[in-house]
Write a protein that binds this ligand. Sequence first.
Ligand code: ADP
Length: 633
Amino acid sequence: MTATQDSASESDDEDDTFEEQRARVDKPMRRLFRQYGSLHRRPLGIGLGASLFAHTLALLPPFVLGLAVDAVFLQTEPYDLPLVPDSWLPTGQVDLFWLSAGIVAASFFLSALFQWGKGWGLSVFAQRVQHDVRADTYDAMQGLDLGFFADKQTGELMSILNNDVNRLEQFLNGGLGVLTQLLVTVLGVAGLLFYVNPQLALLTLVTVPIIAVFTHKFVQTIQPMYADVRSTVGRMNSRLENNLGGIEVIKASNTETYETDRVTDTSQEYYDTNVRAITTRVKFFPGLQLTAGIGFVITFVVGGVWVFQGAPGPFSGPLSVGNFVTFVYLGQRLIWPMAQFGQLINLYQRAQASAERIFGLVDEPTDLPEREDATDLVVTDGRVEYDDVTFGYGRDDDEDATVLDGVSFDLDSGEMLALVGPTGAGKSTVLKLLPRLYDVDSGAIRIDGHDVRDVTLGSLRESIGYVSQETFLFYGSVKENIAYGTFDATDEEIREAAKMAEAHEFITEFEEGYDTLVGERGVKLSGGQKQRVGIARVLLQDPDILILDEATSDVDTETELRIQRSIDRLVEDRTVLAIAHRLSTIKDADQILVLDDGEVVERGTHDRLLDAEGVYADLWGVQAGEKSALPNH
Ligand code: ADP
C-alpha cells in the first residue's frame, strides 16, 4: 500500500537538530495557507470546488439505481428524486428508465470532468506553493551568518530545502485531495443513507469510526518501523559511499573480507527492519477487508431480512428492495476513503513537522543584523582601522573560546598589512571580520571612519575583494566564473582581467576557450589555474580594499612567478590585508603584524622586525632557509 510507505513524522523528529527553531514556530500549517495559499487562491478554489462536485456526483449512480429498482422495475414506489419537483419527472416506465440511465451516464461523465479539474487545480496549487516556499527559504537561509552554518550539516540544510519542501507539496496535492474525497464521501453517503432509511443508516455507518480507528492505529504502529528502515538505509548508503570512495585504501590494505562483512551486516540490518515493517504492513489490507466485510454482511443480513420479513428486532417501518440495493452499493463506497484516513493524518503530521522546520529556518534571527538606518558605504580613501578587536567563534560568551584578543592596527590608504604567525594564531579570523562574515565581540572595525556595523552589508562586501586560499569554481563556463559577482561585465573586460591575472593564456588553450565548462562536472583546473581565475574575478570586481589569503599550494616556479605578477597588479593602489605566505609579500608590506594565539606579539616593517630579533626574525630565518628549526621560545 502507498498509504504509509515512506513516512513518519514523530520518529523523524527524535534527533532533529532544528528542534530549537521548530519550537519557535506557532501554527505552521495555518501560516502556510495564510502566507502562501492566499497567493494562489484560484487553483486552490478550482481544485477544491471540482473535488466537491466530482465526489458528490460519484454518489448519484447507486442512489438512482435504488430508485429505479423500486419505481421502474418493481413499480412499488414512486420515482422520488430529492430536490427535484415531481412535476418535472416523466411518468412512463420506459421514460423513467431512460431518465435513470441518463442521470447515471451524466454523473460518470461529469464526475470524470471534475476529477480532471481537481487534479489540475490541486497540483498547480501545490507546485506553486512548493516553488515559492523553496525560493523564500533558500533566500532566508543564505542570509544567515556563517556561525549558523558551522552548527549545521550541509545535508540537514539540503534536506529542508528538498524533503521538507516536497512534503508540503505532497500534503497540498495528495492530502487535500484525499481530505475532500473523505469529507464529501462520508458526509454524502451518510446524508443519502439517512435520507433513505435513518435506522439502517446508523447500523451501516458503525463501520466508519471502526475503520478510522483501525487505520489510525496501524499508521501509529508502522511509522516508527519505517523510520527504522530509513535510518538503516541512511547507514547503508553512508557505508557504501564511504567504501566506494575508499576502494583504493581497501584494496591496498587488503581489507576486502572485512569490508564485505561490514556491508553484509548493514544489509542484514536493513533486511531485518524492512521485514518487520512488511509483516505489519501486509496485515493491514486483509484486516481492513475483514472489518469492511463484517460491516457489509451485517447490513446485508439485516437489510435482507428487513426486505422480505419486515423490520427485525429494534427496527421499524418498511425497507424496499431499491433502498436495500442503495445501502449495499453506497456502503461499499465508504471503505476506500476511510482506508486513506490514516494516510491523511500521516501526511498532515509530516507536513506540519516540515512546515515547522521550514518556518523555523526562515525565522532564524541572524547574528549580523543590519541597522535600520544603515547607509551605503562609500570608500573614499580606503583606510582600515581595527580598534582593540576581541572575538571568539562560540555563540555564547565562553572565555576560553577567545580567538582574537585586543587586536589593533591602522592601515592607511593604499597600504599593505601582512599577517604572520603559526597556524591557528587567528590570521584568517582577522580577515573574516572585515567583510562582516562574523561580528567582533568587543572593539570596532572601521573603514574610512565608518564602523562596518553601521553600513549596509551589500555595500560593505562590494568594496572588499577576497582572494582566498582555494578559489571556489561554480559549475559553468570560465567566463561566468570570472564574471561571478560582476555580472554586467563585458566579454572584453573579462578578457582584460584574465590577461592581467595571467590566466588568458591557459584559458585560450582550451578548445572552447572562455566557454569551457569548469567546476564540479566540468574541466578540472589545477590549483595554480584556479588561483588565477580567482584573481581575475577580483580584478574585474575592482574593489578598494583587498583581502588576500593566497594559497601555499605547490606550483612550479613559472606558475609561481605568474601568480606573483598577477598579484602585484592586483594589490596596486588598493589597501591590502594579506596573510603572508610568500616572502616577497612580507618584505614589501607597509606593516607586519605577528600574531600568536590571537594576540599581536610584534609589529613593524620587515627591517625593523629583523633588527628586533624576535619571533618574526626567527620565522623569517626559517623561511629564508637560514635556520633549520625554530628556537624553543
Ligand atoms: P590561522 O589563519 O592563523 O591559521 P584561524 O584564524 O584560521 O588561524 O584560526 C584561529 C582559531 O580559531 C583556531 O583555533 C581555529 O581552530 C579557530 N577557528 C577557525 N575557524 C573557526 C570556525 N569557523 N569555528 C570555530 N573555530 C574556528
